[in-house]
Design a protein. Structure first.
Lengths: 231, 282
């Protein structure tokens, strides 16, 4: 009997406190701190990321036949003329860019990710009902949630873009799913690990799955905004 | 006396209530066992051209050693089945079969094992708190690995690996190299983050990662056996190149436009500013 009484007293003591707490926001519920300056550490796919691959060099991407035809007609001059220099900087590829990223909280439910290369801004919304889809953009609409200690972001409503700078396409119907994790380095510092899955039945036979690594920097002293380039 | 007993019994109840109310975090772990299929959408192995050390921060000694390597060494009978070190988890093209061994009485996991493949030794991750052996203990292909859970992430630490190669093209690792590996499970994706430290051949820790997808089709716990075969005489010495005599050092430049400094693994080439420095002026 006493056990029940004690347990009831404890629950009574805690419940009002829980009830008084404001609803958790993306920021207040964050299990890890993703904010700060992060530099891409290019240990994989170097020749596809740090130099613009030549036309027809599509190694390892599970392209459909239609995608191959599109990529074979890649014309960077035409992209420039059409104002599409940012096709390789969209949500499907931006985290593969040789770039620095600045991550901040725009507000309690919006995480902002800016890149210096291509000067792109991504907004990860934790309250997914915040606004309608609207016009398609390079970075699309991203909904975010914390999942088992990681950040999961799902992005759609994108403009069609390139997975690599040499014109390997993804369509405007592509859905980009990403997972962000932070780990300590053995001798100090931190690593940001981003796992990216691009799902696009039009141009990909399988979901395109890559992971990208970033090192944390102390400040923005190396931040160097540069516009998109198509070459 | 009765009141003391009640308190003792009530304490776990209270703790359970508090946890249910999310006042304290759960002791979380993820299921890692199963078959994880490779999704080779990144070019990892670097075995397309003989001198491809892109993305590996070699120091000067490591670079000299790497450039002396000839893949014709693999024609030598005694080297054909030497296999690759534990880094091959994130460098090789194969999937993973992971299983656990549990204590039959307590039910806790004693170890996880990542199965072997033809040229990759099995890796056992000891979860029972045992210490790493003496630095003078036997070094093996897969080394000695202990692990622990940090939240939902399995963190493993590997020592006692044999000297070998970080990449099949000959980028070396010494027997003093260590590897910290983190296993992240997200839905049906497993991403492994590996940080390799090597005071002999690396200028800075080398970070790499790779993702796998949960497979309903079971992978075998070991690959086909490695069988040696006579592939012709390689002469009286191990195939190699003398300093500055590697004939393939500029092949990535001519074929892919990759600058030589990047092809031979200079550390500064791993950062974005290197791309900017090599872009033609406008």
């Amino acid at each position: 009997m006493r056990i029940v009484v004690i347990a009831t007293m404890l629950v009574s003591a805690v419940l009002p406190a829980v009830g008084q707490n404001p609803p958790a926001t993306g920021k207040s519920a964050a299990p890890v701190d993703l904010t700060g300056y992060w530099v891409a550490y290019i240990t994989k796919d170097w020749r596809f990321r740090m130099v613009t691959p030549r036309k027809g060099d599509y190694q390892a991407v599970p392209m459909t036949e239609q995608a191959r035809k599109v990529a074979d007609s890649w014309d960077p001059a035409a992209d420039e003329a059409a104002g599409n220099q940012c096709k390789a900087y969209g949500a499907g590829a931006i985290m593969r860019a040789p770039a620095r990223f600045h991550i901040t909280w725009q507000d309690d439910n919006t995480l902002k990710v800016e890149s210096d290369a291509g000067m792109q801004t991504r907004l990860f919304h934790f309250n997914s009902t915040a606004k309608p889809a609207g016009e398609r953009t390079w970075q699309g609409n991203s909904t975010a949630q914390w999942q088992a200690g990681s950040l999961k972001v799902v992005t759609n409503n994108v403009r069609a873009g390139y997975l690599r700078k040499n014109g390997i396409p993804y369509s405007e119907n592509a859905v980009v799913t990403e997972y962000f994790d932070v780990a300590p380095l053995p001798e100090g510092g931190q690593v940001l690990l981003v796992t990216t899955v691009v799902d696009d039945p039009q141009y990909l036979r399988l979901p395109f799955m890559v992971s990208s690594d970033f090192k944390k920097e102390a400040d923005g002293s190396k931040w160097d905004p540069t516009p998109c380039t198509s070459r | 006396m009765y009141f003391k007993m009640s308190l003792r019994r009530a304490a776990p109840l209270a703790a359970a209530f508090l946890c249910l109310l999310a006042v304290c975090p759960a002791h979380a772990q993820m299921e890692l066992t199963g078959s994880w299929a490779a999704r080779n959408h990144e070019f990892l192995t670097g075995d397309g051209l003989p001198v491809d050390f892109t993305g590996i921060p070699l120091n000067e000694e490591g670079r000299i050693r790497a450039l002396s390597y000839s893949q014709s060494q693999l024609e030598m009978i005694e080297r054909q089945c030497q296999g690759w070190p534990a880094f091959y988890l994130v460098q090789g093209p194969f999937g993973l079969k992971i299983w656990s061994d549990t204590d039959p009485l307590k039910g806790n996991v004693i170890s996880y094992t990542i199965g072997a493949w033809e040229d990759r030794a099995p890796m056992t991750i000891w979860m029972d708190g045992r210490p790493h052996p003496s630095p003078n203990a036997l070094h093996t292909r897969s080394g000695f690995t202990t692990g622990k859970w940090e939240g939902n992430t399995l963190v493993a630490y590997t020592t006692h690996m044999k000297a070998g190669f970080l990449r099949k093209t000959g980028a070396p690792n010494s027997d003093e190299a260590t590897m910290t590996t983190r296993f992240y499970r997200h839905d049906d994706i497993l991403t492994i983050l590996a940080v390799v430290e090597d005071p002999i051949y690396l200028a800075e820790p080398w970070i790499s990662s790779r993702s796998f997808q949960l497979s309903a089709t079971p992978l075998p716990p070991s690959g086909p056996p490695c069988v040696t075969a006579y592939e012709g005489s390689v002469g009286p010495t191990a195939p190699h190149y003398l300093p500055e005599k590697n004939p393939f050092v500029d092949e990535m430049t001519t074929k892919y436009g990759v600058p030589r400094d990047a092809a031979i693994g200079k550390p500064e080439t791993l950062y974005p500013e290197y791309r900017k420095a090599t872009q033609p002026a406008k």
